[in-house]
Each structure stands twice: as C-alpha cells, then as structure tokens.
Design a binder for this molecule. Structure first.
Ligand code: GUN
Ligand code: FE
Length: 511
C-alpha cells in the first residue's frame, strides 16, 4: 500500500447543488496523495482494497459522518484578538476605536507569532479548513501569519492590508511603500511553493485607499495572477463616505471597476447595499461576494439577499468577518445566514402590515442545506477552488471534517434520541454542534487536527525542527502571561512579551 493511500467507509454528507443535501451512505472513499481517488459503495470495497493495495478500510461508527471542510471567505486574522468585544460602535468608529489599534499591535512580532497560532488553531478546531484572511498593514506580521498557516496545515488565501489615507498616523503607509510591500508579500508567499496557501491583494476599502494605490495594487494582482479582496457597499457610513469622496462614480462597484479591481479572482465582503445593477456588474466580472451575516447584523445597515444575488448570477460564499462578526465559527455563520434570511421574510411581512405570508415573502428564506452549500461549494466557487474542494467528488482534494454526533449529556452540545435518523442527527450537528463534535480535521488528505492535537505541528515538534512550544487545542489565551500585559497597548517594541518563551533564532532574524 502506498503510504499516502487510505480509505474510509461510512456516511458522507455534502451539497453538490444549492439546497441539495446528499448522503453517500455506506460509501467507500479512497484518498490517495491528498485527493479523492474513488467513491464507491460496499459492493466495491473488496475490489477497491485490491486495486489500491489496502489492508484495511476504516469504518466510521454509527452517528459519525464526514462533511466537507468549511470555507470562510472573509476573516480579519489580527482582529481575532478582540473578537467578542467592541460591539458597541458603528463601522467607521469601530475601526478607529478598536480595529486599527489592535491590528497595529501586531508589529510586536512575538505577540503576532503567539496570537496567530491561537487564531489558526481556533479556526481549524471549528472546522474551517480554508480561510480567506486579511492580515494587517505591516509586512512582517503577515509573513508570520503565512508561516503559521503553513505549519498548522490550513488552506488559505492571505493578504497584506493596504491603506494610504484616512487612517491613523501610526497605522498608514505611503502609497509606493504599500505597493512594494504588497509585492514583497506575494513573493514571500508564492516562494513557499505551498499549494495550500495563496497570496491576495487587499486594499482595505475605498475610504482608506487612494486611486493611485488601488490602481497600483490592481497592476500587482494582474502581474502575479493573485486573488483580490476588499469590502464593498457594507453600510451607510461607508457608502456615504465613498459618495462624498468620489462623486463622479455612482457606486462602490463603479469605483472598483475603474481601479481595475473587479476580476474573477476578487471577493468583496458584505455588499448589503449593492443595487441590482451593481450585483449584475460584479457577476459579469466573475467577482464574488462574501456574505457575512453576523457582522452585517452588528456593522451593516441592511440585509444581504442570498437567493436574489444568486438569481442574478453572483458567486456567493459565506464569511465570519471576525471580528465584525463576533464568532470564529462557520457553523455559526451558517446559522446566521439562515436567521438573516428569515429576518428578510419577517421584514416583508412587517412592511405589508398584514398577516398574510405571500410566496414573495418566502423567496429569501434559506435552510440549513443552502447554508451548508454556501459554507462549502459557494466558498469554493468564490475562491476559484471549485475543482479542488467543496464536495466529495473524485479528483478533489480531501478537505473534510469527521463529525461525531454521539456526544450527549455534558460531553457535547446536543443530545440524540431514539428513532432519530442520520439526517436528523446531521441537521442537529449543523444547528447545534460545535468543535467538540469534530473528531478529526483533514486538509489535502492530511489529518491536521485529531482530538486535542494539531498533528502537523506535533510532528514538527517531535522531529525537533521547530522549537515552538506545543499548545493544547483550543489553546488557552495568552499562556504564561504573567504578569498580565495588554499587548494592544504596548508600544511597538523589540522586547518579548512578558512571560513569553524565548523566541527561536530563526524567527528573530526576520526583524
Ligand atoms: N471595512 C474596512 N475595514 C473593515 C474591517 O476591518 N471590518 C469590516 N467589517 N469592515 C471593514
Ligand atoms: Fe471585514
């Protein structure tokens, strides 16, 4: 048997089409060199074992299922630090008061190293096998983010944030420096030749970027064929600001178009205030929107209409938008997408002033099946990875979550009762489950997390090639932080954070 060939037998849930939940029962799935080599059934088992020289096929227990790994199309990596707090401001003040100071504090590279390990572990533990990350403004911490993702085995698209105006004096860059650093970041990331990690051009949003910066970044994206990400038509404060700054353009979409930033590898977050004409425009460019329902509840002023956008041909993925969205979990994002859709229905009824629910009012409603599609296939489409991930189709890479629905009582987040079938158990997982239900997390056919262990990191530690301290999963916040130090309020300094372990020489050298 080839070392990289193995097989599972059991039930695999996925959503090959929007709204269609398919259960592959008693399926035998063979994984070879990280890819799904065959999907057969019980009858094929013996033949598959012979064909692939397998001495065993691992059987899932009753109540255990595989589901494709979740794809988060919009996360701000440094904002994980304050997620769950700072929920009291509208976007423009929220950026000034919480976000820019927190992101700037990642200049402390020791802190960045430690915090990014916590971030990536948290997301992997919650089943996010792929994330489209915003880093921060400064180049160096972004390199640490990429290193961390590489070490822990996640799949990611990562961007260095660019912003050259309307930003705090200590969190802004000169236009030419920003373009140069964005290119440096791309070279560093592509230079790793890690097939899981792709760089991204990341003009933060229109208000903080000059046309010169945006055009320069578009040229870099074109030169290197990279993804692009930004925020579009997120809320009234942002949209009104852009109208004042760019009265010559009718909408955010028109500005981005002029700057050359709408491509088939672009993901725009939010889009709650996009007009139909804007949506059609983005769709015509192959640009996607990352729907971030929980963030939109806090920072947006409107609802994104998933079904309507899809009907206009737009690619739509799902995002947590940590920390605008306060939960670092794509299970939460799926639930919030359903709730968002039900709010649209309730809103229409309220506007009607009556008690008759019309079919028109139902049009925006999505179920957990559609939400799961958004979190898997929709995300894959948004990131142009549809041929690689999102379903259990032969030829795709095996990014998957082993779900266990057997953890009742205090051991898990929900209980299962007699007579409940696998569909009901799986729906309970989507609606009630959490990281405790995820026994194993696979990326490119590698188990990157099993129980409390992050397998890739554990292997590195065992081989002695990295002197990082092991951390349990999910890792405790800021371990050894004695005495307590609030890193966000530390001046950028070269001294290691109080109580942090000595930094390995390899990491120091980047300064
Ligand atoms: N617009 C510009 N920056 C941000 C950010 O960090 N989060 C959100 N939600 N919107 C933004
Ligand atoms: Fe965002």
């Amino acid at each position: 048997m080839a070392a990289d060939t193995f097989a599972f037998k059991g039930t695999f849930f996925h959503t090959p089409a929007y709204g269609q939940l398919e259960a592959l029962r008693d399926a035998v799935v063979v994984i070879q060199d990280g890819k799904i080599a065959r999907v057969g059934n019980s009858d094929d088992e013996a033949a598959l074992m012979r064909e692939f020289g397998l001495s065993e096929v691992r059987r899932l227990k009753e109540g255990q299922y595989f589901v494709p790994g979740f794809i988060d199309t919009h996360v701000h990596a440094p904002q994980y630090k304050f997620t769950g707090t700072g929920t009291d401001e509208a976007l423009m003040d929220w950026l000034k008061k919480y976000t820019f100071p927190a992101e700037g504090s990642f200049r402390d590279l020791d802190a960045a190293h430690h915090r990014y390990a916590l971030l990536v572990k948290r997301f992997l533990a919650n089943g996010t096998t792929t994330a489209m990350y915003y880093g921060s403004l400064h180049l160096e911490p972004n390199l640490i983010l990429v290193d961390t993702i590489e070490r822990l085995g996640q799949r990611a698209v990562v961007g260095k944030v660019n912003m050259d105006r309307h930003s705090p004096d200590d969190y802004v860059e000169a236009t030419a420096d920003g373009i140069r650093d964005a290119e440096e970041f791309i070279k560093y990331t592509q230079g790793k030749k890690c097939t899981r990690i792709e760089p991204c051009i990341t003009p933060r949003f229109i208000p903080t970027c000059t046309p010169e910066l945006m055009k320069g970044l578009a040229a870099v994206a074109q030169k290197y064929g990279t993804h692009i990400q930004s925020h579009i038509s997120e809320c009234c404060g942002e949209v009104n600001c852009v109208r004042e700054m760019h009265p010559e353009y009718a909408s955010d979409a028109a500005v981005f178009e002029e700057m050359g930033l709408l491509t088939s590898k672009t993901v725009m977050a939010h889009g709650t205030l996009l007009s139909d004409a804007d949506i059609k425009h983005l769709a015509s460019r192959g640009t996607a929107v990352s729907h971030c329902p929980l963030s939109n509840f806090f920072l947006g002023d409107a609802f994104f209409k998933v079904n309507h956008a899809l009907s206009l041909g737009l690619k739509v993925g799902l995002g947590t938008d940590v920390a605008g969205g306060i939960q670092p979990s794509m299970l939460s994002a799926q639930r919030m997408a359903v709730v968002n859709s039900r709010c649209l229905r309730a809103h229409k009824l309220a506007v009607s002033g009556g008690t008759i629910v019309t079919p028109e009012m139902e049009k925006d409603v999505i179920t957990f099946k559609e939400a799961l599609w958004l979190a898997t296939v929709g995300g894959a489409q948004a990131l142009n990875m549809e041929d690689r991930v999102g379903t259990f189709a032969v030829g795709k890479e095996f990014d998957a979550l082993l779900v266990d629905t057997n953890l009742g009582g205090t051991a898990g987040p929900f209980d299962v009762f007699e007579g409940e079938d696998d569909l009901q158990r799986f729906e309970k997982f989507i609606n009630l489950g959490d990281d405790r239900n995820l026994l194993e997390v696979y990326v490119q056919g590698k188990c990157v997390k099993r129980g409390d262990t992050f397998e890739l990191e554990a292997a590195i530690l065992k081989s002695g090639h990295d002197s990082d301290r092991p951390m349990a999963a999910p890792t405790p916040a800021e371990p050894n932080a004695e005495p307590t130090v609030d890193l966000a309020h530390q001046p950028s300094s070269d001294s290691p954070a109080s109580g942090e372990a000595e930094e390995p020489a390899a990491k120091r050298s980047r300064r």
